[in-house]
Write a new protein. Structure first.
Length: 276
């Protein structure tokens, strides 16, 4: 356990501790002051803008998780039912786009959804619209498209593993006992795949909460998330204490969500896909 604990200490605990310390500093026109202060947290409490951005981030993350689940579950079931080389090829094709850079996969939506993009040109060519649609880019809806596309794999993989381990004889037994295919799915397949579903939901939700590149490239002013606000505090306004305080609040909210889910499901089932 020592290597794993050292890795967590160096790359997780120590950086978070330093971030918490920085959040207690003061920022001024002359630079940073290490005098302890709660000014950054007072700003977060008094300014409703930050609470609104945090709520928007959680809403986008939740909707992204639900959309990813709707897309990923049928895909995972399709992959689990394949056999032999067909399964190997299909799994490889699912993984293949994710060998490309995250930034490149996000950036590709710009020439597809822009005013002169593929979608607008196709709609104009088919005579469906007369002029390019502006709201295809730089909106909250575009952020959903980008996040769902990027994080679908993280939902599909754990669900696929749960379904692939499912003994088909259980479904056959349900049919022998008079269950219809829908009843067998609802009473047998779905409950046994729930560990994978919850694991995928947790991963997609956590990754979406910390998203930066996708809302930065595709969101515009209406699709910004808290990651963009945090980056702006560090990179543009040089208000490191406020950026650190925002980061600590986001981490606290995410840990609270995971804790509630863990209490409800059990940490072993949640992260290991095993029932206690």
């Amino acid at each position: 356990m020592v290597p794993g604990l050292l890795w967590l200490a160096v790359f997780a605990v120590v950086p978070l501790g330093f971030l918490a310390v920085v959040s207690l500093w003061k920022a001024s026109a002359f630079g940073l002051s290490t005098d302890a202060s709660l000014d950054s947290y007072r700003i977060l409490t008094n300014d409703p803008v930050y609470a609104r951005v945090l709520w928007q981030t959680l809403r986008i993350a939740l909707v992204t998780t639900l959309l990813s689940l709707v897309i990923s579950y049928p895909l995972a079931m399709f992959l689990a039912r394949l056999k032999g080389q067909h399964k190997t090829l299909a799994v490889l094709l699912v993984f293949l786009p994710f060998c490309t850079s995250y930034v490149v996969r996000t950036f590709v939506w710009l020439p597809m959804l822009g005013r002169a993009g593929v979608v607008n040109q196709a709609l104009i060519g088919l005579g469906i619209i007369d002029r390019p649609i502006d709201w295809l880019l730089y909106s909250e809806g575009t952020v959903y498209v980008g996040l769902v596309y990027v994080y679908t794999l993280y939902m599909t993989l754990p669900i696929y593993l749960s379904l692939d381990r499912l003994d088909p004889k259980l479904v056959e037994a349900a049919g022998d006992l008079g269950a219809t295919p829908l009843q067998a799915f609802r009473r047998v397949v779905l409950p046994l795949s729930m560990p994978g579903v919850w694991s995928g939901c947790i991963m997609v939700f956590l990754l979406s909460c910390g998203a930066y590149v996708t809302p930065q490239l595709l969101g515009g002013t209406s699709g910004q998330m808290i990651g963009n606000v945090i980056a702006a505090q560090f990179l543009h306004t040089n208000n490191w204490p406020l950026g650190a305080a925002l980061s600590i609040v986001l981490v606290a909210v995410v840990i609270g969500f995971v804790f509630v889910a863990g209490r409800r499901l059990g940490m072993q089932e949640l992260f290991m896909g095993e029932r206690r």
